[in-house]
Design a protein around this ligand. Structure first.
Ligand code: HEM
Length: 459
């Protein structure tokens, strides 16, 4: 049933509705239970042993490299294997390392600003209405390309002409429904592939990555580590541990970056602008903070540094609230109970039961976020004592939890904290048609209309 709900793209609302109707524990499949609340979160995604491994839900997301199906950091269900392949690259994702990439992010940010100026704010501009959601998506793809390969994917330069390429990069909606029925995948699709000797299709991202690796090999930079992008770090890890990290593994590190990062970061950026535009008082507050800081010489222009952005408390509150209001992942993060089973909320689940929580369910939990948990209110992150603040932050599943927490969280934070003030410093953005009837940001994200805005250059 959950799979059928998944097809229209509104599964996150279905989970919330089910938990509102039936409480903390909702059985959604023969062996599958959706849970809510902090105790369940601690039991399933806590970092102490036993770790609940990922379920077969993740198998259909496997791709093919050089004709071989492979598992990556995101979709492997083996915890030991996960630890082994994560260890050699985890430092590449630490914030201290990422700050070396600030100039990469700034370069892409400047391209975004330039495109917006040329296309929408000049007297000779050739496009009237700006679909901000699309530009934020091109931006997120180009940043991850720049950080991973030292080369942007060129989507900002292409503008709307990038759409056909991007549509090939996204997982098909049917694939999402299949992830809810892994037995179908195991029983039908996998044997069928074996029988027809087919592997999952190679994606354009894999092809792009393989081409970049060939460039590196040809130009001799494979071993020298002189280009400090992520690919060079992955190649360095390969040099240190050739038995563990072959060329396919290097490709998988790089492709996971692109596949897992662009849509998620773009959705979060889009949600932030959507809620700010729908709630002008919060936009005004943020504008005053950013423009005031610029006038006082406290932040750089047009690109704000990460360190400067950390001193903008309202920006911080807006980003936390956007991540809470619209987690990019709406499906339940499915895990398998360990062999000895587990008891949660007085109910025993034997080993092999599928349990999980949707990041949306925890984000709307009134016990954690208060009675106005359904509402956009960045101020919730500026009031209350430190304990409450850390309880709210620690409850979030927007970036997942436990050993499988998003490895790219810092990359997306770097983008969010830098590009929002850059856009607001330069432009006055307003919604073309305020649509009060939109229930959530999701409804315009899936609509053809998109986040249509007017942008004017600030004087
Ligand atoms: C706002 C942006 C992002 C959000 C909301 C997000 C969300 C998530 C979530 C919820 C998970 C856990 C999935 C699960 O338990 O099933 C995850 C894992 C992962 N994410 Fe992200 N992500 C974001 C950005 C990124 C970026 C920028 C990258 C890489 C450049 C990335 C790479 C990954 C990888 C490789 C994993 C698997 C980690 C592991 O299991 O060790 N993500 N992400």
């Amino acid at each position: 049933m959950a799979a059928l709900y998944g097809l229209p793209g509104d599964m996150h609302h279905t989970y919330i509705d089910l938990h509102q109707a039936y409480g903390d524990t909702v059985r959604i499949g023969p062996n599958c239970v959706s849970l809510a609340g902090l105790s369940a979160r601690a039991a399933i995604y806590g970092i102490s042993r036993p770790i609940f491994p990922k379920s077969d839900f993740y198998l259909p997301s496997q791709a093919s490299i050089a004709g071989k199906t492979y598992t990556n950091l995101f979709n492997t269900t083996g915890e030991d294997f996960h630890t082994a392949i994560k260890r050699p690259v985890s430092r590449a994702y630490a914030m201290t390392t990422l700050l070396e990439y600030e100039s990469f992010v700034d370069a892409v940010t400047k391209t975004l600003l330039r495109q917006l100026v040329i296309r929408y704010t000049n007297t000779r501009s050739y496009e009237s209405k700006c679909h901000l959601d699309r530009w934020l998506k091109y931006y997120a793809y180009d940043v991850v390309g720049q950080i991973t390969f030292g080369q942007s994917l060129g989507f900002l330069e292409l503008g709307p002409d990038a759409e056909p390429v991007i549509s090939q990069l996204r997982p098909p909606r049917l694939g999402i429904a299949v992830s809810q029925m892994p037995n179908l995948y195991q029983m039908v699709l996998k044997p069928l592939r074996k029988w027809t000797r087919q592997t999952p299709p190679t994606s354009p991202v894999v092809e792009f990555t393989v081409a970049r690796m060939k460039d590196r090999a040809a130009t001799g930079t494979k071993d020298s580590h002189d280009q400090r992008d992520m690919l060079s770090r992955f190649l360095k890890a390969q040099k240190d541990q050739p038995d563990l990290i072959d060329d396919v593994r290097v490709t998988s590190y790089a492709t996971s970056n692109v596949n897992a990062s662009a849509d998620t970061t773009a959705i979060t950026l889009c949600a932030a602008f959507y809620y700010l535009l729908k709630n002008p008082a919060t936009m005004k507050e943020l504008e005053e903070e950013i423009i005031g800081a610029a006038e006082a010489g406290k932040i750089s222009s047009p690109c704000v540094s990460w360190t400067e952005a950390q001193k903008l408390p309202y920006l911080d509150a807006v980003i936390k609230e956007a991540l809470r209001m619209h987690p990019a992942v709406g499906m339940m993060l499915e895990r398998v109970t360990p062999p000895e089973g587990v008891t949660i909320y007085g109910r025993f689940y034997p080993g092999g039961t599928l349990l999980g929580i949707s990041p949306w369910v925890i984000a709307r939990d009134r016990v954690i976020y208060g009675d106005d948990a359904d509402q956009w209110r960045p101020e919730r992150w500026l009031t209350g004592d430190a304990d409450r603040q850390s309880k709210m932050a620690g409850a979030s599943l927007t970036f997942g939890g436990g050993t499988r927490t998003c490895i790219g969280k810092n990359i997306s934070l770097l983008e969010l904290y830098k590009v929002i003030p850059a856009i607001i410093q330069m432009f006055d953005v307003s919604l073309v048609k305020p649509k009060d009837e939109w229930r959530t940001v999701n409804e315009f994200l899936v609509s053809q209309e998109g986040l249509e805005v007017d942008i004017k250059r600030r004087s």
